[in-house]
Design a protein around this ligand. Sequence first.
Ligand SMILES: Cc1cc2nc3c(=O)[nH]c(=O)nc-3n(C[C@H](O)[C@H](O)[C@H](O)COP(=O)(O)OP(=O)(O)OC[C@H]3O[C@@H](n4cnc5c(N)ncnc54)[C@H](O)[C@@H]3O)c2cc1C
Length: 321
Amino acid sequence: MTQYDVIVIGGSASGLQACLTFGRAYFNVLCIDSGYPCNRYAKESHNLLTHDGSSPGQILAKAKEQLEKYPTIQLVEGTVTNVCKDVSVEAVKYSFRVEIDSPEDGSSSSFVAARVLFASGLNDNIGRIPIENIDKFWGNSIIHCPFCHGAEFRKGKTGIYYTNASHLRFMLPTLYNWSHDLTVICPDDVYGSLEVDLLFAMQQKSIALHKGSVVKVETRSSEDGRLSRAILDDGTAIELDVLYLVPPSTINNKEIITKLGVELDELGLIKVSPQQKTNVEGVFACGDNTTRMRGLAFVIGQGMVAAASICHEILRERWTA
Ligand SMILES: Cc1cc2nc3c(=O)[nH]c(=O)nc-3n(C[C@H](O)[C@H](O)[C@H](O)COP(=O)(O)OP(=O)(O)OC[C@H]3O[C@@H](n4cnc5c(N)ncnc54)[C@H](O)[C@@H]3O)c2cc1C
């Protein structure tokens, strides 16, 4: 059986950058991807040098094309169903067995590697948000990050719907940069915990405030497809060009990851060192599953750091072997 140097779980922005770094160091790497990057809903990606305005699919296609010239990198479609420490390989310091289901016929296979890198991202659980039609707008005019998509809605009618008062306090001054035409919508409990100074600042800046929950979002025309209004639980309709919210994201593969003994932080993200190492020797992680700073440039950087750290570790072992 092929013993890979590394198995990368997740072949999107962070995982593919790791593969590029590995490929240029002639490491034997298997990268498995199930094809569901979190940004697949967005028509365009922004704020990534040389790719501002490209679609997520175009960015991944270009990355895969550039990886073709590195023969030690193998990209496969499939879903990792289990990862465990492998005791059968004694020659190397650590060894992991990774089980994969193929998308073609559902058949299972398993592979062994000296290191594993979880670049397997988050699930934003959009289906769990109780807003009718949200899936039609998510990633395009219902968004989470002004640095990614805010410029497309500059000075637009902007709704802010956060289910956490401290998040609202943190983000309001930031979002005010992109538009002064702001409407804050607060569920009852958030509304009740708004502090006086924030309420005063909102009043001073003519920021509209509504108590209630968004239950439905609508478009003006199905051809245009852009958000035009949000409907609250009391029937109030608010005209909007864009709505900001924070999805209830959770890391993918939580069970596999925690069963290995990998620690998560208080937000449920994988705890990593500055070298992208987890607390379990031989297990690394990079990308959205490790950070609140979700952005392509950042997770690509993490992929490079993770791969370089793994290369250093393995090369040091080879040096002294
Ligand atoms: C809607 C939306 C729009 C965004 N727009 C922008 C933008 O414009 N600019 C910007 O800088 N950032 C943007 N972001 C953030 C950016 O997309 C993420 O930071 C980035 O995609 C994270 O990369 P990643 O590789 O960590 O995870 P992902 O891109 O989510 O990829 C994880 C990969 O792992 C795979 N995977 C998961 N589990 C398994 C398994 N068990 N087996 C095999 N494969 C598995 C998935 O199929 C997926 O392909 C956006 C995010 C969202 C949600």
